[in-house]
Design a binder for this molecule. Sequence first.
Ligand SMILES: Nc1ncnc2c1ncn2[C@@H]1O[C@H](COP(=O)(O)OP(=O)(O)OP(=O)(O)O)[C@@H](O)[C@H]1O
Length: 711
Amino acid sequence: MSENVESTRTDSHDDPIFAAEQDHLSELYAKLLQIRDDISQDLESNHQGAKQDLIDMSEEVRLDFGGADETIETLAAIETLNSIIDAYNQYHDFNVDKLRRVMLLLMQPYFAKVTLEMRPGRPPRDVYIGAAGMTDERSRPLVVDWRSPVAETYYNQEMGPTSYQVDGKTRNVNLTLRRQFDIVRDELRSYFDTTVAIQDSLLLGALKRRHTEKLQAITATIQREQNEVVRHEDVPVLLVNGIAGSGKTSVLLQRIAFLLYQERKTLDPSQVWLFSPNDVFESYIDTVLPSMGESNPRTVTWRAFVAEQGAGERDLGLSTTPEALRRLDEAARTLVLEPDDLREIRLGDETLLKASQVRSAVEKFAEFDVGPRFTALVKEELHDRLNRRLAQMARNEEVQEEMLGLDVERQYEIFGETLSPDDEEETVAYAKRYVEHLYEDAHDAIERLAWLRFDRIGMRLLGAQALSATEWLYLRLVFTGIGSRDARFVMVDEVQDYTEAQLMVLARFFSRAHFLLLGDEHQAIFEGTATFSRIAEIFGATHGSVDECRLLTSYRSSPEITELFCGLLEPDERRRLTSVQREGVAPVIRSFDDRDAYLEALRAAVTEPGEGLTAVVAESDARASWLAKQLGDAVRVIRGGMSLPAEGVVLLPLRVAKGLEFDHVIVPDAQAEVYPDTPLARRRLYTALSRATHRVTVLAQGPLTPMLSAR
Ligand SMILES: Nc1ncnc2c1ncn2[C@@H]1O[C@H](COP(=O)(O)OP(=O)(O)OP(=O)(O)O)[C@@H](O)[C@H]1O
């Protein structure tokens, strides 16, 4: 990064600009406090009002199920009561949301201001940008949300004529001032004016701070290349290739917050899926979105996804080849289902549709090739047959008696009313609802395709002894065409660690969703994973087009560390990468001929007093166990499902360390034997070293890996 040009930093109270900005802040803060108090009071009085109304109403309502008339009256009264509660809730939700935004802003009302000439000749307008938006009582903006269209002018980092997009239209404006603030509550600590936006003073301040055990939102300091991803137009697939520490995970979370804001009327967080590498990582990122006032999306690992889909007990399928999936696709075209490929529909001990009935439903559509249409037709037929069977059961007197013998509470639970059938016909109608209630899972089983033995079919098609989870999921997709109709966005972090077959499953499972795929080819730490060009081909085939972005600056690591891990890359590539300049410590790289000296150095490194969190990143799980024995209490072993401590020394295998960061990283076993000069070992070493923010210690037991030189 080049040097900062014409930037001022001030914290002097003699500065009139500082004084004016502090005045503005104080005034705005008072308004925010007022808004907070008004809403709380409103909520409280409404709550009390609501409480009183509800008490009054509920006292009027008598639960009287004596006869048909009384029952109807009681139910009507309960319904009125419910609608009152709903109305309060809606009003309440709006206020609660506003209160949430105010509380967020009271911690830091804004972090930047842009002054814009909206139209030539008109006085310029100051726009203050914060983590959330807030208007005053006359609906004038006090602070605008960082995701609002006009805030783009801040992130664009273009002085003078610039533009932003509103509803697909470009608005041209003139940016005359871009000011950043360091604010805590109502106290202005300093401000920075950037006339030529090159170096970001706020960014340097943020990077100097020691990292915390949880990832932080980067809202105030999103950089230009990152903003292109965060605010990217909605495309079917966006593939981001970024070096270690370039903010991929951060950008991913900001993008989710951006989408939730932009599509707030229609997008629910549950329609956003986030695939993360492991559950330590899941807990590392779980406070970022809530700190921005948003809910977390559905976060899953591949393992959890597979289990959720009912394929959990199989081999995860990490060695499944794309050819195997293509063979399934092809073989399915001429597949003739055999009687043993089908299964009866049962619930507990009760068989609801016999195997012969399932078979005849399948035979009815034998002229269709196996595929979504065939499956939909058979499912419909099975639902019909099940309905007929349930109708038959409803005429059974034993069932009717069982129903009439239900206690009142259970009747209410099932029917929303108590039973008082007048005649035989009505009794049968109730009994129909009763059996539908009892056996509703049978319809689900039909939907889930429980009548197909995928393992048997797949094993026959592939001539294999067993199906992997990947193959099983894919075969089911051959039958259904799609997995999720509900998901709208699927984000995959660390995409370089997925195999082609896994990605083929995801692309097809979420064929209607838009994808954001982020990764770093140099961090592919497993054998046999997909290259970026293959990733683009796979998603191009299912989604039509793939847009690509690059992130080339490292924000995590000091220049010394960035130089060390970038030194492992091809010279061509290395030249394009940069890091943010700040003070750093030279890495320590040492090798030892004898084991005792090595262990002594390792123990010294882990017990050496240091700030923050230190991680010993072991090359494999086996090495992590060996090291745990050697280092004993000096380190805390991190396993799946745990979260990181704020400080101290942890020991974890590379597989778990990926995606995380630490103040100090110790890479043990850096001998040639463990890290030979192979492409895979190079990527593993690059991944381990790039976890460090400030310090790196590399220790080898025997000759050092040829990829590094001692220093
Ligand atoms: N614009 C930014 N402002 C402040 N900090 C940033 C910015 N971008 C990234 N960072 C910080 O840099 C570090 C690395 O970010 P992040 O983990 O998102 O990168 P990554 O590309 O996913 O890394 P990796 O691929 O190596 O796991 C984090 O501490 C993050 O807070």
